[in-house]
Design a protein. Structure first.
Length: 180
């Protein structure tokens, strides 16, 4: 019997007794996790396929260890510009041991379901000072200024008789035809 589960944005083919590394689940070492996003279950030649998940199917697992994965190097370079950057990243991972595959979640004991958050996501931690928070007071809205009306341009003042007009150009004289 095997199943295909989805966790951390990845899909894993698992059997009972398998140990695999998945993205950190937020569960302490020794805790149990129930994966409820089961995509496929194969049991003695009988295959159940979800669309996209099987309703009611679950896979129970135990968290063996929380650790960091191998370092992945990120290197950026722009040629001929003297630009190089190197960074490293170590992903938080959890090593889980697959304990049991349940084709129907009704077969999972209720104590185990309550112990594990749904979809193997961590439950929000209770806050020590859980006083009700008041919403922050919003600052009063500033009044919008009234729209400014554009003033019409006044025509330039004209003074009568002070400006002299330029004399009109004489009309162009027709050119005489050249004699041959």
């Amino acid at each position: 019997m095997y199943a295909v589960i989805n966790t951390g944005g990845k899909q894993y083919r698992v059997k009972e007794g398998d140990v695999l590394d998945v993205e950190k689940l937020g569960v302490e070492e020794g805790g149990t996790v129930v994966f409820d996003r089961v995509l496929l279950i194969e049991d003695e030649g009988k295959v159940l396929i979800g669309t996209p998940v099987l309703p009611g199917a679950a896979v129970k697992a135990e968290v063996v260890a929380n650790f960091k994965g191998d370092k992945v190097l990120i290197f950026k370079k722009k040629r001929r510009k003297q630009y190089r950057r190197t960074k490293g990243h170590r992903q938080q991972l959890a090593k889980v041991l697959i304990v049991k595959i349940y084709p129907d979640i009704a077969l999972v004991p209720k104590e185990e379901l309550q112990a594990s958050p749904p979809s193997a996501r961590p439950a929000p931690a209770p806050k020590a000072h859980a006083a009700p928070k008041k919403p922050a007071a919003r600052p009063a809205a500033k009044p919008k200024p009234a729209p400014v009306e554009k003033k019409a341009k006044k025509p330039a003042p004209t003074q009568v008789g002070t400006k002299k007009k330029a004399p009109a150009k004489p009309a162009a004289k027709p050119k005489k035809a050249a004699k041959e």
